[in-house]
Design a protein around this ligand. Structure first.
Ligand code: 4NP
Length: 148
């Protein structure tokens, strides 16, 4: 799960998807395309929104997406088109590029919608982001479970 700062959207996406999958079967992580917040906890508004839905994301720390991540992960979900383009720039092969998806295409196929960046807005923006990501993660989790 990849956004810009790895403090608002992708920490929520990581917490939500983890809550839907068996941790012994799936490695779920998040990062940011920027280096702005490396080592920081998620934004307090993301922590509180997750907590309101029974998900604890307080142990997450922001990291920057790196090209090595293509070797570790099978699927890389970008929160918006700008992050998508920046991840693609770090890909070395077509196989790497094929791993990168826009997360809202899970619920709105081929539409290319962005998860809005809630950083500069109010608390309501975080709840809206949570709902979008929860629906997208339902699609992802049910598809993964069908494979097993
Ligand atoms: P995120 O939100 O990409 O969802 O973590 C942002 C967090 C910080 C900044 C931008 C977006 N920033 O510019 O510091």
């Amino acid at each position: 799960m990849v956004c810009l700062g790895n403090i608002c959207r992708s920490p929520l996406a990581e917490g939500i998807l983890k809550s839907k999958l068996n941790p012994e079967q799936y490695l779920v992580s998040s990062s940011g395309t920027s280096n702005y917040h490396i080592g920081n906890k998620p934004d307090i508004r993301s922590i509180q929104t997750a907590k309101a839905h029974g998900i604890d994301i307080t142990d997450q720390r922001a990291a920057q997406f790196k090209s090595d991540d293509f070797q570790i992960y099978d699927f890389i979900y970008a929160m918006d088109n700008s992050n998508y383009e920046n991840i693609i720039k770090l890909a070395n092969t077509q196989e790497d590029k094929n791993k990168v998806k826009l997360i809202l295409n899970e619920t709105h196929p081929n539409k290319g919608f962005d998860v809005p960046d809630p950083y500069y807005g109010g608390d309501q923006g975080f709840e809206e982001v949570f709902q979008m990501l929860d629906e997208a993660c339902n699609v992802i989790a049910s598809r993964l479970e069908k494979k097993n």
